[in-house]
Design a protein around this ligand. Structure first.
Ligand SMILES: O=C(O)C(=O)C[C@H](O)[C@H](O)CO
Ligand SMILES: [Mg+2]
Length: 402
């Protein structure tokens, strides 16, 4: 089955998405997500100028060979732009292979290991009581796991606090929005939030929290200890992870489970964390980690060390990524949880999909392939809009980690 064409579709139904569509001489096509929030055009150029010319005429069935060809063939390895582009090609090819086989992708991967994919939603509030109410709203919608983020007194634009209900979107202006960060106030607020959440919602709901790379290792250790009585499912990105060794210090001090990896793009980014059992959940996902092909390897490595998966699933990852991730999740033996931040109705209309939510679980559906497609004429109605992620500064003006 020969690849006859490949093109990049950029659309902005409220936020930007980059999608690669590959077509074959047998009339089967596949799509893959290539969205890199705030840096979308770099991936578009990488695909259009450097990868697509290499794909035309190749056998679409040779997924592994094409992956190696694009990865090794570039000489310059890894990096978010390269790996998002390779991830899009890989996802589209798995979509094609599964459609050609007449099977949902999870069947090709090895079949379902569970009945549904446990997901967590995002509850955000301007203060603790609003967040407590929001968590209640998610419980009422059927969620069994909820990530909770609350505003912090005196901290403008604290991470995770949306500007409007269900569809939180941090990338929203042509220049980065400037937010504030105050570690001391955050460390006073976060434990109180979870104490109150347990008081109101009891012990059964799974609670998660994202520190979003803001703390030093010793501060992260302090927070992990303070959260222990509230039994979090995980504490995410508690300290920047360029230095994987930093997690040893956190680990030595706390039994709060640790999750890392949404900004990783290579198995080598997570190798030390996994092999030294410094984390409990690995958050790499399809689009940013080179597609299903590399994600399978990461999960295989993680399984050896009882590290489980917890794929990133914010709204900047398109339904094409979510669909593929759900097939992976349904199959992967060492599954932990899947993040599920809902897309807007406009985005859902551009990407018709087979996946469905029920009682706290998503299911990828049984349509052949990933079960996600793109409505190109609708997509064309939403042209690209330049948007940037925010930045954060400390109270004295020092640039910090957003
Ligand atoms: O969903 C999460 O856990 C995030 O941290 C969301 C990120 O801020 C978002 O994907 C950045 O583009
Ligand atoms: Mg995160």
């Amino acid at each position: 089955m020969k690849i006859t064409s490949a093109r990049v579709i950029v659309t902005c139904p409220g936020r930007n998405f980059v999608t690669l569509k590959i077509e074959t001489d047998q009339g089967v096509h596949g799509i893959g997500d290539a969205t890199l929030n705030g840096r979308e055009k770099a991936v578009v150029a990488y695909l259009e100028d450097h990868l697509i010319p290499l794909l035309i005429g190749r056998d679409a069935h040779r997924i592994e060979d094409i992956w190696q060809y694009l990865y090794r063939g570039a000489y310059w390895r890894r990096g978010p732009v390269t790996m998002a582009a390779i991830g899009a090609v890989d996802t589209a090819l798995w979509d094609i292979k599964a459609k050609a086989a007449g099977m949902p992708l999870y069947q090709l991967l090895g079949g379902a290991s569970r009945d549904g994919v446990l997901v967590y939603g995002h509850a955000n509030g301007a203060d603790i009581e609003q967040t407590v109410d929001e968590v209640g709203r998610y419980i009422d919608m059927g969620y069994r796991a909820v990530r909770a983020q609350s505003g912090i007194p005196g901290v403008k634009g604290a991470y995770g606090v949306g500007k409007g209900g269900m569809y939180y979107e941090p990338a929203d202006s042509t220049l980065p929005e400037e937010t504030l960060w105050d570690t001391s106030r955050y460390l006073q607020t976060a434990p109180k939030l979870f104490e109150r959440l347990r008081e109101v919602h009891g012990p059964d709901i799974e609670l998660l929290h994202d520190v979003h790379h803001r703390l030093s290792p010793i501060e992260a250790a302090r927070l992990g200890k303070a959260l222990e009585p509230h039994h979090l499912f995980w504490m995410e990105d508690c300290t920047p992870v360029e230095n994987q060794e930093a997690f040893r210090l956190v680990r030595q001090h706390t039994v709060t489970p640790l999750a890392v990896g949404e900004i990783f793009n290579s198995i080598h980014d997570c190798r030390e964390l996994i092999q030294n059992q410094l984390i409990d959940y690995i958050r790499t996902t399809v689009v940013h980690a080179g597609g299903i092909t590399q994600l399978r390897q990461i999960a295989g490595l993680a399984a050896l060390y009882q590290v489980r998966t917890g794929c990133h699933g914010a709204t900047d990852l398109s339904p094409a990524c979510m669909g593929a991730a759900l097939h992976f999740d349904l199959w992967v033996p060492n599954f932990g949880i899947q993040e599920y931040m809902r897309h807007t109705p406009e985005t859902d209309a551009v990407f018709p999909h087979a996946y469905t939510f029920k009682d706290g679980y998503l299911h990828p559906g049984d349509a052949p392939g990933t079960g996600v497609d793109i409505d190109e004429s609708l997509a064309a109605k939403y042209p690209y809009e330049p948007k940037q992620l925010p930045i954060a500064r400390l109270t004295d003006g020092t640039l910090w980690n957003w």
